[in-house]
Design a protein. Structure first.
Length: 162
């Protein structure tokens, strides 16, 4: 069953996506936590085998950053939820060290997990503890930073230096 507010097919193409004054792509993503299990949603990368990421994707000009984060979380991970707060803006760099995107992460409290979702044929999802997520995100340091900055990270990180 699909979510009634979203189409069953993911949005494709970049013609409607938002770029800043330096032509850097603006991305929205989520740290989606299931309050029943206290686990965070991690999804498989669409580009790299055995790489795991947080749900994220292009912010489009007909939606807010929060709406984009919710849409991307549904398209990529099959999860619906409520935005509980803004985590921060993080930079993703290309292989030359140049900024390729600004990623705006939001905390999402999961309300429903769908059995079927638009990108299910080429993405897996995992529900992880904080420690598991930090390990799986090891190839994406900016995502680790976002997870650490989230309420979920602050409540679950046993290694914070005070």
């Amino acid at each position: 069953m699909s979510h009634p507010d979203y189409p069953t097919e993911p949005r494709v193409g970049r013609q409607n996506q938002v770029y800043d004054h330096n032509d850097i792509r603006q991305i929205s993503g989520s740290i989606a936590v299931d309050p029943k299990t206290n686990k965070v949603l991690i999804i498989s990368s669409s580009k790299y085998e055995n790489v795991w990421v947080l749900p994220k994707g292009g912010w489009e000009n007909d939606e807010t950053r929060e709406e984009a984060a919710k849409r991307e979380t549904y398209e990529e991970g099959g999860v619906k939820g409520v935005v509980k707060g803004f985590v921060g803006n993080f930079v993703d760099y290309d292989y030359m060290g140049n900024p390729k995107s600004h990623v705006w992460f939001y905390e999402l409290e999961v309300q429903h997990i769908y059995e079927r979702w638009p990108e299910e044929d080429f993405r897996q999802r995992k529900w992880c503890t904080f420690e598991e997520a930090m390990q799986l995100l090891r190839f994406k340091p900016y995502m680790q930073k976002a997870l650490l900055a989230s309420t979920f990270g602050q409540e679950n990180n046993k290694n914070i230096d005070n």
